[in-house]
Design a binder for this molecule. Structure first.
Ligand code: SF4
Ligand SMILES: [Zn+2]
Ligand SMILES: [Zn+2]
Length: 389
């Protein structure tokens, strides 16, 4: 059989017949971190692949495995969610995703039907799935795409976002970092003391908030899922980042010029979001960002996936336990960092200031970082004459 693996793309040939679980074991792939797709359909670990089968092993970085019929009907399941001890057919899996989003929204009062919502769409599975689910549920939700200037990766991301918006007849806003602010994310590699992912995250948060306020949206929604949130929590705990711990929430209220921010997918794993996209026929960008090497969150995800492999439900217990039992008691929001929010002297966007009314510090982190990137870009030592661009 022919097995296509991703990141990096490669083909392996194995003899058949062989169950999916054995194929993954032969290839040394953690089943918690992939979906297996044959002829456009998801298949489970007990599915036996013939000698002439062609399959794709698609990385998603998350957890699940198991056989059987659908939890809600008699049909054969296409996906298992081990932490729920459930398997679903395609139709009931889509219901499961909507139910989890419904629970998240209702439980935390995230959004209402008369509000205008802006969802940040990157072209990845999570944000496209979120936009799709919220549209299906009848919410007033538009998209924002931020052009990061990361070569063909950004081109392809934008293409899938545009295709989705056209297909759904949905409104898509676009902000190009280079055109609007004079730098792109590859230029951030010129900075010594800050990772490209750090600059990228800061830039995305800034542009997203500014666009939401300027276009009059009530709420900003992001596609952060259970894996993202558990990995962020682990990182913050390992370094005891108490201000960040007190702010970690799937729903942050509006504050001083910052729109309300919600994460309706926080109860769903990455693997579930990838499966949702495959089942709903949503094209998303599978390849990894070429600058991902600096992303520390991925290391925390790997560690949590290893724990999840042996004890399904670990990630959910870690995250939900923190949100429901530990945060308010031990890291209350008013004990965060004591910052006062004032308008940035340069751009007018809200920024935190410590130490009373010291206006010198009232230039926001985005403006300061942008200046540093642009200065580094202009440094001739980085581009000596005759060197390739
Ligand atoms: S991997 Fe890093 S640079 Fe690439 S899109 Fe994500 S945060 Fe930005
Ligand atoms: Zn079913
Ligand atoms: Zn600013």
């Amino acid at each position: 059989m022919k097995v296509k693996l991703r990141n990096p793309d490669r083909i392996e040939h194995l003899p058949g017949p062989m169950p999916v679980s054995a194929v993954l074991a032969r290839l040394d792939v953690n089943p918690e971190t992939v979906l297996v797709i044959a002829e456009g359909e998801l298949i489970t670990k007990d599915h036996v692949l013939a000698d002439d089968a062609e399959v794709e092993v698609r990385p998603v970085i998350s957890g699940g495995a198991g056989p059987a019929s659908c939890h809600a009907c008699e049909r054969t399941s296409v996906i298992e969610v081990r932490r729920h001890r459930s398997s679903y057919c395609a139709e009931h899996f889509v219901d499961h995703v909507r139910n989890q989003v419904r629970t998240a929204i209702d439980h935390l009062g995230m959004i209402s039907y008369d509000e205008r919502i802006l969802v940040a769409v990157s072209g990845g599975k999570d944000s496209l799935a979120l936009w799709d689910v919220l549209l299906d549920m009848g919410y007033r939700v538009d998209g924002l795409y931020i052009g990061l200037g990361i070569g063909t990766y950004s081109d392809r991301s934008e293409q899938v976002v545009r295709t989705f918006a056209d297909r759904r007849g949905a409104t898509l806003h676009r902000v190009d970092l280079g055109a609007a602010y004079g730098y792109d994310i590859p230029a951030a590699t010129a900075l010594r003391r800050r990772s490209s992912c750090g600059v990228c995250g800061l830039s995305k948060r800034y542009v997203f908030n500014r666009a939401a306020v300027e276009h009059g949206y009530d709420v900003m929604a992001t596609g952060h899922n259970l894996d993202d949130e558990a990995a962020t929590l682990l990182g913050n705990v390992l370094r005891w980042q108490t201000p960040l711990l007190s702010r970690q929430s799937p729903s942050l209220p509006a504050r001083d010029g910052l729109a309300r921010k919600v994460k309706p997918l926080y109860r769903l794993g990455e693997r579930e979001m990838a499966a949702y996209c495959v089942i709903k026929g949503l094209d998303y960008i599978v390849e990894e960002c070429p600058m991902v090497a600096g992303n520390t969150v991925l290391r925390y995800k790997d560690a949590l996936n290893e724990l999840e492999r042996h004890a399904p439900g670990t990630k959910a217990a870690f995250l939900f336990g923190y949100l429901e039992r530990a945060r308010d008691e031990h890291f209350p929001a008013d004990a965060s960092d004591g910052a006062t929010v004032v308008p940035c002297d340069r751009c007018g966007q809200p920024t935190g200031v410590r130490g009373g009314d010291d206006r010198i510090t009232a230039v926001c982190a985005f403006c300061r970082t942008r200046d540093r990137v642009r200065i580094a870009m202009a440094d001739p030592r980085r581009h000596p004459a005759g060197s390739p661009a």
